[in-house]
Design a protein around this ligand. Structure first.
Ligand SMILES: [Zn+2]
Length: 655
């Protein structure tokens, strides 16, 4: 009850904070002030693919007034190539490597920039497990926002932040603070993080805090352990004068609980909005657990470390967060499922992290704050429709982090496309079943956009509600652009026609998007919404509605990402003069069937014999209709076609 009351309070504050949230929304998980390193599709050296990392043990000494750190890191790995003669790893050139031990024996190495090659005395065979123990130190001090994104420090009070040293490793910055293999697909089975800090400070990290031990006068060591698989870029530390603001949440329908552990600044009280966001995050954990399956790391914890950062970073089990707002807090929490538990297979598939996290923040806020307060999310997701940027959600170009983390394509359009996937399924039970399968089948592993397609097709088959799933994924994730609509409408009596004229924003990529879409007819005495399948470039829909339409809205709930070019009345859509149309019936005479072509939308057909006896009737929205003649004896028949009072008659023969 306490949290629910706070949520109501938070809801009243939502509008005030929206503008501020928007400022941060495009910095979520990737700080624009960070440096922009070259991308790569593989590890720094193919030699790194010769081993599989199982465990990493950190033993670091850190304070909050400098990001110069020192320590040693032990990697336990096994050989997956036919043999391993060289152990390759990355560590930034800012560091001095003092010594390296392979299986406890001193080794020599060579340096090529940040790539280091350790010579093994004798090659290890496939399957052999080994340890690489590396001692290193960093005597340089990087200034705040210097571009050394891997490990940052603001040594003095800065805005609302206290002196803090913290790490942000996505995408290629882990090597700026520890010797590592930066491979998305080699998840580390478990991590021990030991961080020694001055007594006045605390160190937050991944997993469970097993112990805090005094190690020397004035110093203590935080010993964290992460037992779930973790990607290299999700390992983190944050060191500051923190206090622990923690509580337990309980999963609905279970006696299991989860520690929500937050390291907030001492002597700097969190304000009401922030406290609401922290206190509410347990409810969001529970809500996401009902949607996607239980919080993946529930045997450890979830929490936040406050850091001087313009957004948040979803470090596994302990997000690093600059400001506690519901949108960003939910976004980073959602990453624990989409990003941490299931990590994008390649940086090209980054929307499997960011599109989903952005979409989940919308889901959470819609659940807790309601429909009207969250329509702005969809407006933001659709921002790209105002552009003709020839880019796709899938990042075929991963040459730089700026290109990879394109907020318009990856975060916003990615979220919009996930929302559209839900729309074409037209069944939330199926949509969330797919997401729960995604989380359970791929737990602790990686996934691509195509993995999501394959999983979807297991549930839907190749086609769902008239939409080919493969085409949908191809057009919306891999191709470019969106539909553009010119909407024409007219009403005569109870007949309403709506014509959708579709063009596309990048026709060279996609010339036509087949999509369901809703049409809302508004009147002074009530509204109605009709969902149609737009499967032609120029398509007229006919509705019977006995109220006087004053406005026609396309897609009022913003399910579909499209750009509206124009909407207006068009009297040419009025009652068709059938005699002026080129309706044909062929073959005539026939032996087995007649085909009627070029019918106007919403025609009524009636076949009678020569005496007026009705043999067959149909109302159709199609342009072409087949009429079987097999069952009728040889003779003459009359086909009446009517459409809104206009009538035409054909004399047909069967022989
Ligand atoms: Zn994110």
């Amino acid at each position: 009850m306490k949290n629910l009351i706070r949520l109501v309070i938070a809801a009243t504050l939502l509008f005030a904070s929206q503008h501020l949230c928007a400022q941060y929304s495009h910095q979520i998980c990737k700080d624009a002030a960070g440096d922009d390193v070259a991308g790569k599709t593989t590890v720094a050296s193919p030699l790194e693919d010769a081993y599989d990392v199982h465990h990493v043990k950190f033993n670091l000494k850190v304070t909050n007034t400098t990001n110069a750190i020192s320590g040693d890191v032990t990697t336990t790995a096994s050989v997956v190539a036919s043999s391993l003669g060289v152990y390759a790893f990355e560590l930034d050139t800012a560091y001095t490597i003092d010594s390296i031990y392979i299986n406890g024996t001193t080794a020599t190495w060579t340096d090529t920039g940040s790539l280091h090659l350790v010579n093994l005395v004798s090659a290890l065979p496939m399957g052999a497990t080994f340890t690489a123990h590396i001692f290193y130190r960093n005597l340089h001090t990087f200034s705040f926002f210097s571009g050394n994104v891997g490990i940052r420090c603001n040594p003095t009070f800065y805005n609302l932040f206290q002196p803090t040293t913290f790490t942000i490793s996505e995408a290629y910055h882990a090597c700026k603070w520890w010797p590592c293999k930066q491979s998305l697909r080699d998840k580390i089975d478990s991590v021990d993080m030991w961080v020694t800090v001055p007594d006045s400070l605390m160190a937050g990290s991944n997993g469970k805090l097993l112990a805090t031990i005094s190690v020397a006068p004035g110093y203590k060591r935080y010993e964290w352990k992460e037992r779930y698989p973790i990607d290299y870029y999700l390992i983190s530390i944050a060191v500051a004068n923190y206090v622990d603001y923690s509580y337990y949440m309980h999963f609905t329908g279970s006696t299991d609980s989860l520690l929500i552990q937050n390291f907030v600044y001492a002597n700097m009280p969190i304000d009401t909005v922030e406290r609401n966001a922290i206190d509410s995050i347990g409810l969001v954990v529970d809500y996401f657990s009902t949607l996607f399956g239980r919080y993946p790391f529930w045997k450890e914890k979830y929490g936040h470390c406050r850091v001087p950062y313009g957004g948040g970073m979803e470090n596994q089990t302990m997000t690093s967060l600059g400001y506690f707002f519901s949108e960003i807090a939910s976004h980073e929490l959602a990453h624990q499922w989409f990003g941490d538990n299931v990590t994008c297979s390649t940086w090209g598939d980054i929307t499997m992290n960011e599109g989903f996290a952005s979409y989940c923040a919308f889901l959470a806020d819609r659940h807790f704050y309601g429909h009207d307060a969250t329509m702005y999310y969809l407006t933001n997701f659709h921002y790209f429709v105002n552009t003709t940027i020839p880019e796709s959600v899938y990042r075929s170009d991963t040459s730089s982090e700026t290109v990879i983390f394109n907020s318009t394509m990856v975060y916003d359009k990615g979220a919009a496309v996930i929302h559209m996937l839900r729309y074409i399924l037209d069944d939330d039970a199926t949509f969330f079943s797919i997401l729960r399968s995604y989380q359970s089948v791929l737990a602790g592993r990686n996934a691509s956009i195509d993995d999501l397609r394959q999983l979807t097709e297991i549930y839907t088959g190749s086609t769902v509600n008239g939409i080919n799933v493969d085409t949908f994924f191809n057009q919306w994730f891999y191709e470019q652009g969106c539909p553009r609509y010119n909407v024409r409408w007219y009403q005569s009596g109870a007949d309403v026609w709506v014509k959708l004229i579709q063009s596309t924003s990048v026709p060279a990529s996609v010339a036509f998007f087949r999509t369901p879409i809703e049409i809302k007819l508004k009147s002074a005495t009530g509204d109605t919404v009709i969902k149609v399948l737009n499967d032609q470039l120029n398509q007229v829909f006919h509705f019977n509605w006995d109220r006087t339409t004053d406005t026609v809205l396309l897609d009022p709930e913003k399910w579909v990402a499209y750009r509206l070019l124009a909407v207006g009345k068009d009297s040419t859509l009025t009652v068709p003069d059938l005699s002026a149309l080129t309706i044909t019936v062929s073959p005539n005479p026939t032996t087995n069937k007649w085909t009627v072509n070029n019918l106007p939308i919403g025609s009524d057909l009636m076949l009678t014999d020569i005496n007026g006896k009705v043999l067959w009737k149909r109302h159709t929205e199609e342009e072409n209709v087949n009429i079987s003649a097999n069952q009728y004896p040889t003779g003459v028949y009359i086909l009446n076609i009517t459409n809104c009072g206009s009538r035409i008659v054909f004399r047909l023969s069967k022989f």
